[in-house]
Design a protein around this ligand. Structure first.
Ligand SMILES: Nc1ncnc2c1ncn2[C@@H]1O[C@H](COP(=O)(O)OP(=O)(O)OP(=O)(O)O)[C@@H](O)[C@H]1O
Ligand SMILES: [Mg+2]
Length: 284
């Protein structure tokens, strides 16, 4: 990953592979009747295909906005967003999106919530059923395929949401604080699972999190953003191999070095004016 210039330079040479993400000089301004908010300014970011990138920054700095740009759910006010080498001009089908709270349909079983993705995209039924079965096993949901969301724990619901996001084998997986509402132990377990799934699928991952530990356990690189208007303050290379088991990883020297560097970058930016509650949850 490179900041700023990298995205443009790469475009002129070889075409970007499926899953590569690039933002170049991106700004987003929201104008409502009551105010105008600059959410992002001068954001440059280039993520290689298959790379795991975590994004941390104070509340309101534009992290969710950044993911929405990549998904094509929002257009930038200035600059360019490219996915798999193509400019993003509308909602993209080659992404999977996992939200903070699993948005499951209460009247559908776990399996049928996962298969919703196939119905929306018109995937062949047999392919979808086979892929759903694989994902159910991969995420440890075997035996709960026919359970309804109210019969599932919070961690299981997030697993169903993850399966749904991965059903169509998207080259890019966008995750917006997917484990924020879970207890610490479940979260650690899902971190280890997500690492394995990432290694098995080879998908590019952009993970927004408020947890510095989670970012450094999972990511190849951690992007640190400034308070609003959000921009990239720095990028920390975690320097751990691809295999990450939560408990073992947090003991490693590279992990401690990376978390210290991320915290220093966050601290360096937290003196800017902040709205109440900003920076909460960044200390774990
Ligand atoms: N649709 C919108 N209309 C107007 N303002 C918006 C809209 N979406 C986001 N904003 C504003 O843009 C800024 C960035 O919002 P965003 O949701 O991207 O922040 P965030 O970094 O994800 O915060 P958090 O960590 O709390 O989730 C905020 O000031 C927010 O009020
Ligand atoms: Mg957000």
């Amino acid at each position: 990953m490179a900041i700023g210039r990298g995205a443009g330079a790469r475009r002129e040479t070889a075409p970007a592979p499926a899953g590569a993400v690039a933002l170049d000089g991106v700004a987003v301004r929201f104008r409502t009747r009551r105010r105008e908010v600059t959410a992002l300014t001068g954001v440059g970011l280039s993520v290689a295909a298959g790379e795991f990138t975590a994004i941390v920054g104070p509340s309101g700095c534009g992290k969710s906005t950044l993911l929405k740009l990549v998904a094509g759910l929002l257009a930038p006010t200035a600059g360019e967003v490219r996915l798999s080498g193509e400019p993003v001009t509308g909602p993209r089908h080659d992404i999977g999106f996992v939200f903070q709270r699993a948005a499951l349909l209460e009247w559908r079983s776990a399996r049928r919530n996962i298969l919703l993705q196939a119905e929306i995209r018109g995937m062949a039924k047999e392919t979808a059923a086979r892929r759903a079965a694989e994902l159910i096993t991969m995420t440890g949901l075997d035996g709960f395929e026919d359970a309804y969301p109210h019969e599932l724990s919070g961690g299981m619901r997030q697993r169903v949401a993850l399966c749904r996001a991965l059903l169509h084998e998207p080259p890019v997986l966008l995750m917006d604080e997917p484990f924020g509402a879970l207890d610490a132990l479940t979260r650690e377990q899902l971190n280890t699972e997500l690492n394995r799934i990432w290694r098995e699928t080879g998908t590019t991952v952009l993970l927004v999190t408020h947890s510095v530990s989670e970012a450094c356990v999972l990511a190849d690189r951690v992007v640190v953003m400034s308070p609003r208007p959000g921009t990239v303050t720095g990028v920390v290379e975690v320097g751990l191999g691809p295999r990450r088991e939560f408990a073992a990883t947090v003991e490693r020297r590279e992990f401690r070095t990376a978390t210290a560097r991320v915290r220093a970058l966050l601290g360096a930016t937290s003196t800017a004016p902040a709205s109440p509650g900003e920076g909460e949850g960044m200390g774990d």
